[in-house]
Ligand binder design. Structure first.
Ligand code: AVJ
Length: 325
């Protein structure tokens, strides 16, 4: 998944001005299968990972700059404020493994504070983006071994061959991407991390439970960028899979589900309508939704428990003064 920082050169992304890179056949088939399965379910659903083509990633970068959406800014401030302390915990000659590295902006704050970091392994499913950003990292950090890995980091990982690391192996998973996992998948992911990191540590960023009004506003911004981001999965289905979703008949719906501690995003059909995907027709009743994302929120206690159950010894945590992230 794309990382969520873009401070320079964020442009307006219109539906037409992002060129469609040809989609590899495998990725295309996976999207088609997932959408077919998702539309056949009682509660229609599709994974949020399909938001992120070039246009969706551009929209997400704009979300991160919205006044209502503060996690990205808050996390960066926390990193800047505490990077030196984190670096002291980590020690010299560390190896940093980033799960879901996109533009690799946040990790720079950490790398800049570290004592002779040795190796940086950014992992991402999108190869093109990964290699371009890795090249920039090599230029910015000539002493660092940068070894990008194209992989689905939710699966078990085989890291590039090891010179036994002289320092600690430290995972880096910022952005509260963990919030997209169902609780059991989050635990599985953390266990995989613990295995991969072999006694090292994990620096995990997580958005915290806060007043529902604040959460609501963050996913219902006044400029409608989040709505466009949400609808982008339909734009992609139409462009890449030849579906015929009528965008104007799907309304953005995002709300905080307090008992589940999560924001839910849906696309609500504003009328009874039929959508075609290949030879199959799928009917939406008026008011029926396509569930597009869960974004779980965490508490410090909950995170400590999760870490412990995954096999980590919970360590230091760093928060902004308002306890938002
Ligand atoms: C990338 C999953 C952390 O849940 O806040 C932003 C994605 N969705 N606005 C989040 C998102 C709608 C974001 N994460």
């Amino acid at each position: 998944m794309k990382d969520n920082l873009a401070y320079a050169g964020v442009q307006d992304v219109a539906e037409t001005d992002v060129e469609q890179a040809p989609l590899p056949a495998v990725a295309h088939a996976e999207f088609l299968l997932d959408l077919r399965h998702g539309l056949a379910r009682q509660q229609k659903s599709i994974s949020p990972k399909y938001f992120y083509d070039a246009r969706g990633s551009g929209l997400f970068d704009r979300i991160c700059l919205l006044p209502e959406y503060s996690p990205t800014r808050t996390e960066l401030t926390i990193l800047q404020r505490h990077a030196r302390e984190m670096a002291l915990h980590i020690g010299p000659k560390a190896e940093i493994i980033e799960f879901g590295a996109g533009s690799m902006q946040k990790v720079r704050v950490l790398l800049d504070a570290l004592d002779h970091p040795q190796r940086y392994v950014p992992i991402d499913i999108s190869g093109e983006h990964l290699h371009a950003s890795a090249e920039k990292m090599r230029q910015a950090y000539p002493q660092l071994q940068v070894e990008p890995l194209i992989a689905d980091y939710t699966q078990d990982l085989v890291l590039p061959p090891d010179v036994p690391p002289e320092g600690r192996r430290v995972g880096f998973f910022p952005g509260s991407t963990l919030g997209n996992f169902e609780p059991l998948d989050a635990l599985r992911f953390m266990r995989m991390c613990a295995r991969t990191l072999q006694g090292g540590a994990l620096i995990l960023g997580a958005d915290l439970v806060k007043h529902p009004d604040t959460l609501h506003a963050a996913y219902n911004d006044s400029q409608g960028v989040t709505a466009e981001f949400n609808r982008n999965v339909l734009v992609r289905a139409n462009l890449e899979l030849g579906a015929d979703f009528k965008l104007e008949h799907f309304a953005h719906s995002a709300f905080y589900n307090a008992p589940y501690q999560r924001i839910e995003m849906h696309l609500m059909s504003t009328c009874r309508q039929t959508v075609h995907l290949g030879a199959t027709a799928y009917t939406f009743a008026q008011g029926e939704t396509l569930h597009t994302e869960n974004s779980y929120k965490f508490t410090a206690d909950g995170l400590r428990q999760l870490a412990q159950r995954a096999g980590f010894a919970p360590g230091q945590h760093w928060c902004d003064p308002n306890k938002q992230f």
